[in-house]
Design a protein around this ligand. Structure first.
Ligand SMILES: *Cc1c(COP(=O)(O)O)cnc(C)c1O
Length: 355
């Protein structure tokens, strides 16, 4: 895939840069933003000319539909810099496709692929000094869209704002992650919006996650809403289980987000000769395999951390500790994915795209 710029963008450069005020060794994930942002408005049935301008707050009408009915979607991606200062994206076309699937589900306007991909490339190119070299360093990319049409009538907006903001990040260490398996709350439901990257899905999981935090668990493993017997996602990540030497993960559905990390790890695992089973994974199976010693690993998979190993889980008042494994699939797959992302290994799948 090539990202040649045929798109016309209005560019206003920032008068000064904030880059010298940033301590790149002490970044908190997603809290510092680069000098520029991309803004593009949709009105009268068409996307207007995109603009790249200095990162800054903007005014909105209090009756803007997003404040009342939650039409808001986003994506999460990363750019990486290699040793010769080239900047790379990882499967950006997948994020663009998923963004439009989310938009469809939330009855929002479809973004033009050129605005998403070429706009993104141009923005990163302008702020490329903010992408630091070295394994773990990256530029986190946050494209999002909100309903800006005014009026509190409960109907989809006819006006939208698409934006991209960029945040330099360091490698994401989650520390020890203990999880609790959801027995009451749900992140998503059959026929619901769980497969969309909708802002409201996150709002809905903050409360149950806060309750889990109080009990000493960092995350919740979500189960299917109807029976709470199938394991579906870990917090805001897809989830993998290693039972003996087989890697298991649930098939995507209405309730499970189609993660790009998830599908990349499946491809890498299969290429490494690891047996992968994509099928519903039962809570009872997890408990059983933990008791008999067959359960080796559980890990979350997503763009922010690539993999997030889980050290144990709680279910029905019992805590099950995972063993420490020497040949961790999680760490091996993370290493393989990072090598591709940072242009340190051959990209046999064609996932890397140069900015
Ligand atoms: C974003 C997200 C993921 C991970 O998707 P990636 O494309 O791998 O970053 C998984 N689950 C949920 C609920 C998400 O929102």
């Amino acid at each position: 895939m090539r990202l040649d710029s045929t798109l016309s963008i209005d560019i206003t450069k920032a008068a000064t840069t904030k880059i010298n005020e940033v301590d790149f060794d002490a970044l908190t994930f997603g809290s510092v933003f680069t000098d520029h942002m991309l803004v593009c408005d949709y009105k009268n049935g068409a996307w207007q000319k995109p603009e790249i301008k200095p990162y800054a707050p903007f005014l909105m009408d209090p009756s803007s539909r997003v404040f009342h009915y939650g039409q808001a979607i986003f994506e999460g991606m990363k750019a990486f810099k290699d040793e010769s200062d080239s900047v790379w994206l990882f499967r950006p076309d997948e994020n663009c496709r998923r963004f439009n699937k989310s938009a469809e589900r939330l009855a929002m306007a479809q973004i033009d692929e050129a605005i998403f991909l070429q706009g993104l490339t141009k923005l990163i190119d302008i702020d490329r000094e903010w992408v630091k070299k070295g394994l773990g360093n990256a530029l986190y990319i946050r494209p999002f869209m909100i309903a800006t049409g005014t009026g509190v009538m409960a109907a989809p907006s006819s006006e939208y704002r698409f934006m991209i903001i960029l945040s330099p990040v360091k490698s994401y260490y989650s520390g020890e992650v203990k999880v609790t398996i959801a027995e009451h709350f749900s992140r998503a439901a059959n026929g619901g919006i769980g497969a969309a990257k909708a802002a409201g899905n996150y709002a809905g999981q903050f409360y149950p996650t806060a309750l889990a935090n109080k009990e000493g668990f960092q995350q919740v493993i979500w189960t299917d809403d109807a029976t709470h017997t199938k394991l579906e996602e870990a917090g805001t990540m897809n989830v993998f289980f290693r039972i003996k030497d087989t890697l298991l993960t649930a098939p995507t559905s209405d309730r499970i987000l189609d993660g790009i990390t998830r599908k990349s790890l499946i491809d890498l695992a299969q290429k490494s000769g690891i047996k992968v089973e994509i099928r519903p994974v039962l809570v009872s199976e997890l408990v059983e395999s933990s008791k008999n010693g067959d359960l080796k690993e559980i890990f979350g998979a997503g763009t922010a951390a690539v993999v997030s190993p889980i050290s144990g889980f709680q279910y029905q008042e019992h805590y099950y500790e995972l063993p420490k494994v020497a040949d961790s699939y999680a760490l091996n797959l993370k290493e393989q994915l990072n090598q591709i992302q940072y242009n340190l290994a051959e990209d046999t799948f064609g996932w890397r795209v140069k900015v």
